[in-house]
Design a protein around this ligand. Structure first.
Ligand code: NAP
Length: 511
């Protein structure tokens, strides 16, 4: 940074400045973009479903039009491999298309109609109609680890725009050049689709101040966030300290416990070890669904499993992390874990002298070691993981009961294991957003049924998901219209179902 208000994109391979200066947004600029978003809301919320769907599709088109220049800048700013970024761009564009399809189909508004019964006794029943309406301007904070799919045109933006909410996006300081390019693509799409000025804005900053001002702005009506626990909790606290508190949908990551049950450990321990090592080290471990904590029951099979896991981890070299700050935090985390009593290093990857280095590491402890060192259950963002060895089924069940909220839990088992550990399923349903059987938690499908969420501290809104089409529900509220003349009702609720959407009419789902 050359002056207080200017910052630069940083080459994640060398930590050198990249081309282009970015200015920390002033309070006046933040007020201006939020005011524009507020004005845009009145126009945007009235746009018909095909206009909004076309806008979302057009954003995808404009992102593709940026070509490889986008991926090249992103690669330098994040050190993420080009191929991975190609995949992430595809995911981003498909996510926009998926929300466009949801909006075009239209039934997501949850139209419910209870027609009047004027002659009901002792009192007449009024005509009551319900639907979901957009909340207003939404502040979105992108994640450093998904510079496309969870950033400027990522899932939070796509779902908020799909819901009819303008977005003010707080760019992540780890990829400002990428953010600016995608912002220009959205601006172009807005112009081509006839969307109002202010439907989408980007503010840059590399200090907490701008984010705080944005969340505390009285015209902001909701917040979407992906990142650290500290960041997400700070935004949640700002939102709750406002005169008018607003919902904060913060996805803050977790350690995603994995349970490897005894019979499957005996039958497929080595195979699971190879897969687990792959999941721990994928993308230099920079996934919020990274498996950070795994439980096994002590048996003859555990040593075979440990050996194979150690060999598989040893084959993986250090990788460049997204930023020097994230690498520093990771390496401090490794030192902290290494210094804990009753924790031993089980496996280590190949160390390379590269910038922003993260070398994979797996630690081992016992259930009492986990109880004694509560911090082991916290995320050390990167390719590190802790194996917890239990001496009995009871210890595993007790550890599961003691878990806090997580995004995912994974159970490896045979049918016999599942019978023996039936209560584990019940416990985990209360703890996480997604339960995976005989698979790995990394890899989050964007689809209608996905839940990427979970109880606190994984998120600040356990009733929601930040991935998948249900994410749209975060940015709306139910409104009901009582005894409205048909002409005044929104199209979704008029007597004639001209939008041809699914509606719950007097308790029956119909078109
Ligand atoms: P972060 O520090 O939480 O930052 C995310 C965004 O929130 C940034 O735009 C940041 O901008 C803003 N922010 C953070 N704290 C804030 C505060 N107190 N007030 C206002 N705005 C705030 O996440 P990160 O930079 O991506 O990575 C840091 C750590 O987060 C990592 O070491 C890792 O532990 C974790 N992480 C988790 C995930 C996940 O998927 N759950 C993803 C990436 C990282 P400013 O810095 O400009 O304020």
């Amino acid at each position: 940074m050359s002056s207080k208000n200017v910052f630069y994109g940083i080459n994640a391979f060398t930590n050198e400045k990249l081309e282009g200066e970015f200015i920390n947004a002033s309070e006046e600029e933040i007020n201006k973009v939020v005011e524009e978003a507020t004005k845009a809301f009145d126009i945007y919320r009235k746009k018909d479903k095909s206009s909004i769907a076309n806008f979302l599709d057009q954003i995808g088109e404009e992102i593709l039009n940026l070509g490889d220049a986008l991926l090249e800048r992103c690669h330098l700013e994040t050190a993420l491999p080009f191929g991975r970024l190609q995949g992430e761009r595809g995911r981003t564009v498909n996510q926009l298309k998926l929300f466009a399809a949801v909006v075009r189909e239209g039934s997501w508004v949850d139209a419910r109609i209870d027609t009047a019964i004027p002659d009901r006794t002792p009192v007449p029943k009024p005509d009551i109609r319900h639907m979901l309406l957009p909340l207003g301007p939404v502040a979105v904070f992108g994640a450093s680890n998904f510079p496309l799919a969870f950033s400027v045109a990522g899932g939070d933006t796509a779902s908020a725009l799909a819901a009819g909410c303008p977005v003010v996006f707080k760019g992540h300081p780890a990829h400002p050049g990428t953010s600016e390019m995608v912002f220009k693509a959205i601006k172009e799409a807005a112009i081509k689709s006839g969307m109002p000025k202010g439907v989408f804005s980007l503010i840059h900053s590399n200090s907490n101040k701008q984010g705080e001002l944005l969340v505390k702005h009285p015209q902001i009506k909701a917040v979407g966030f992906t990142g650290s626990f500290r960041g997400g909790k700070a935004l949640f606290d700002y939102a709750n300290s406002r005169l008018e508190p607003i919902p904060v949908f913060a996805e803050m990551g977790s350690t995603n416990p994995v349970f490897i049950l005894p019979q499957v450990l005996k039958e497929k321990g080595e195979q699971i070890a190879v897969g687990l090592a792959g999941s721990i080290t994928l993308g230099v471990g920079q996934f919020c669904t990274n498996p950070g904590l795994s439980f096994v029951e002590n048996s003859e099979a555990t040593n075979v499993f440990y050996k194979k896991l150690g060999e598989s981890i040893a084959e993986v070299s250090s990788g460049n992390m997204l930023t020097s700050g994230i690498s520093k935090a990771y390496n401090e985390g490794l030192n902290r874990i290494s210094s804990l009593k009753d924790v031993v290093e089980l496996a280590k990857g190949k160390e390379n002298e590269i910038a922003n280095r993260a070398t994979p590491k797996v630690f081992k402890t016992t259930i009492s070691g986990l109880i004694e060192n509560e911090s082991l259950a916290e995320e050390n963002f990167g390719p590190s993981s802790v194996l917890v060895e239990a001496s009995s089924k009871n210890e595993i069940i007790k550890a599961a009961k003691d878990l806090e909220g997580h995004l995912t839990a994974t159970i490896f088992g045979t049918d016999e294991d599942f019978k023996n550990y039936q209560e584990l399923f019940d416990i985990l349903e209360k703890k996480v957003g997604r339960i995976i059987i005989n698979g790995y938690p990394t890899g989050v499908e964007v689809c209608h049924s996905m839940v990427h969420g979970g109880p606190y501290p994984a998120t600040t809104a356990p009733q929601s998901t930040s991935v998948g089409t249900n994410a749209i529900k975060r940015f709306v509220r139910p409104v009901c219209f009582q005894d409205y003349p048909d002409g005044l009702l929104p199209d979704a609720l008029k007597a004639k179902n001209k939008l041809n959407i699914w509606r719950l009419v007097n308790g029956n789902l119909e078109k």
